[in-house]
Design a protein around this ligand. Structure first.
Ligand code: 13P
Length: 251
């Protein structure tokens, strides 16, 4: 059985005070959710404060990024051990905004995944094509390459600890959700590639989340697709009411 996971990526929104308010409100509304793992990923400045609010609730904590070294003279960066120290169990790796604005390559992403795994963090590894790549007809090839190159050298045992998020770049923050068919189709492409690289054990048991304009009014249909096991939510995760509704999806 694959785990259902709903994760909120708060991106660069919320001061610590605002983050704590949102966490408190989520804690009240998400206390009785079953069969779904709920993760919130606030900005790094609020991780510890949010952890203090949610630590005795079913909501888990994730960070949005890490630097791929254990420690060192890397001004402005945050290590995997540092986010674990403030209560994180998860970390988003390779988000398209980091690929775009910070020029993250599959090689760097691979290094981050390995380091996160080595200290017991669960990576949420993001892949997805741009609009240009989709229009050129290379969407599947792009995602297959991101999967293949991003996961080089990762053992089957470690692979089973990873969560994949398919986030088509053209659907992020644009209000354009991939149709359930398109999303499900790409999730199947990812699963097929994982079975080629690893085995059917991996492809059958790994959770693949969809991200890109997920809202209360489209979560149910997305979650009813065979290959969609959850969502990575941006804008709609910044509001307690909408995120709570998404968490309480109906298949
Ligand atoms: P939106 O839900 O705002 O489109 O963002 C998706 C996303 O990038 C989550 O990581």
């Amino acid at each position: 059985m694959r785990r259902n996971i709903i994760a909120g990526n708060w991106k660069m929104y919320k001061t610590t005070q605002e983050a704590v308010q949102l966490a408190e409100s989520l804690k009240k509304s998400i206390s009785l959710v079953q069969d779904v793992e709920v993760v919130v990923c606030p900005p790094s400045t609020s991780l510890l404060s949010v952890y203090e609010v949610i630590k005795d609730s079913p909501i888990k904590l994730g960070a949005q990024n890490i630097y791929p070294e254990k420690e060192g003279a890397y001004t402005g960066e945050i290590s995997p051990a540092m986010i674990k120290d403030v209560g994180c169990e998860f970390v988003i790796i390779g988000h398209s905004e980091r690929r775009k604005y910070f020029h993250e390559t599959d090689e760097l992403i691979n290094k981050k995944i390995k380091l996160a795994l080595s200290i017991g963090l669960t990576p949420i590894v993001c892949v997805g094509e741009t609009l240009e790549e989709r229009e050129k007809g290379v969407a599947e090839d792009t995602v297959i390459n991101q999967i293949t190159n991003g996961l080089v050298g990762i053992s089957q045992e470690d692979m089973l600890k990873i969560i994949i998020a398919y986030e088509p770049v053209w659907a992020i923050g644009t209000g354009k959700t991939a149709t359930p068919d398109v999303a499900d189709g790409m999730h199947l492409v990812i699963r097929t590639q994982l079975s080629k690289i690893y085995s059917s054990v991996v492809s059958d048991s790994i959770s693949i989340l969809y991200g890109g304009s997920v809202k209360p009014d489209n979560i149910d249909i997305l979650m009813s697709q065979e290959n969609i096991d959850g969502a990575l939510v941006g804008g709609a995760a910044l509001n307690s009411e909408s995120f709570s509704r998404i968490v309480q999806f109906k298949k």
